[in-house]
Design a protein around this ligand. Structure first.
Ligand SMILES: *[C@@H]1O[C@H](CO)[C@@H](O)[C@H](O)[C@H]1NC(C)=O
Ligand SMILES: *[C@@H]1O[C@H](CO)[C@@H](O)[C@H](O)[C@H]1NC(C)=O
Ligand SMILES: *[C@@H]1O[C@H](CO)[C@@H](O)[C@H](O)[C@H]1NC(C)=O
Length: 227
């Protein structure tokens, strides 16, 4: 009986510890706001230093220009305009941010991950095919849907997802994120375009590809092509 109680107590302590640990990457603001100060030469572990509250104005919480479409002439035919803490300093510590997504016809935001945030997206024009894939432990199931104007879809934090314009017009969507700076990892860019490159034999074996095909993909996604 005593052993059981001890185990229970240890479990509760562990739970409490893991809870506070999880909490430290999306902190409670602890005050009304902590507007990010423009200091470029510091190391920021989590968020930024706060501006003196007395010098904070409404502009620190504002951004203009999301009415303007992004330029979708890139190869993927899409463009993401992010509005995160780097554009709105007042977002610092608040755990939210925003983006506008533009798609040319057949435009694609290729499979990618936001390591720090879930995403909630609404289509305001056109038709998107969207989806995310669950983890290995959930058998990598695809959750996918066709969205039209006014439709909303959620992409859970850390899962691979994509959005593609399958309509006859351009498409527009807006998205909210549960982080001031959700981050993006585009799978193909990270895997085939890292610098330096992941050794070719690793990618050939991992993706079961001929070495020449790996070389081709490394040229397509390699940093050299875009820089
Ligand atoms: C922040 O500092 C950088 C570098 O000094 C400067 O280029 C930029 O214009 C500043 N931004 C604001 C909003 O003051
Ligand atoms: C997205 O659109 C903006 C504004 O038109 C443009 O400056 C930027 O280069 C575009 N990004 C890409 C990746 O095409
Ligand atoms: C979009 O970007 C392309 C290539 O960078 C450029 O040629 C074109 O003029 C831009 N379009 C607009 C509307 O800015």
């Amino acid at each position: 009986m005593e052993l059981l109680l001890r185990l229970l107590a240890a479990h509760v302590i562990l739970l409490a510890l893991s809870y506070s640990f999880v909490y430290c990457y999306d902190p409670s603001p602890l005050q009304d706001f902590c507007v990010a100060a423009n200091e470029t030469n510091r190391v920021f572990v989590n968020g930024k230093v706060c501006k003196d509250p007395k010098s904070v104005t409404a502009n620190d919480f504002s951004y203009s220009g999301l009415n303007i479409p992004g330029n979708t002439t890139s190869f993927m035919g899409s463009n993401v305009t992010t509005v995160n803490v780097n554009k709105i300093p007042g977002l610092n510590t608040l755990g939210v941010s925003f983006a506008r997504l533009d798609f040319a016809r057949e435009g694609l935001i290729p499979p990618h991950i936001h390591p720090r945030a879930s995403e909630i997206l609404m289509v305001t024009k056109g038709t998107l095919l969207v989806g995310f894939v669950s983890s290995n432990q959930d058998n990598n199931r695809l959750f996918s849907k066709v969205l039209r104007t006014g439709d909303v879809f959620v992409f859970p934090i850390g899962l691979i997802h994509f959005q593609m314009n399958i309509g006859r017009t351009r498409a527009v969507a807006f998205a909210g994120f549960g982080s001031q700076n959700p981050g993006t990892i585009t799978i193909a860019d990270a895997v085939f375009g890292s610098s330096p490159s992941i050794p070719r034999e690793v990618l050939a074996k991992a993706f079961q590809l001929e070495a020449n095909l790996v070389r081709f993909l490394q040229i397509v996604y390699g940093p050299a092509l875009w820089s």
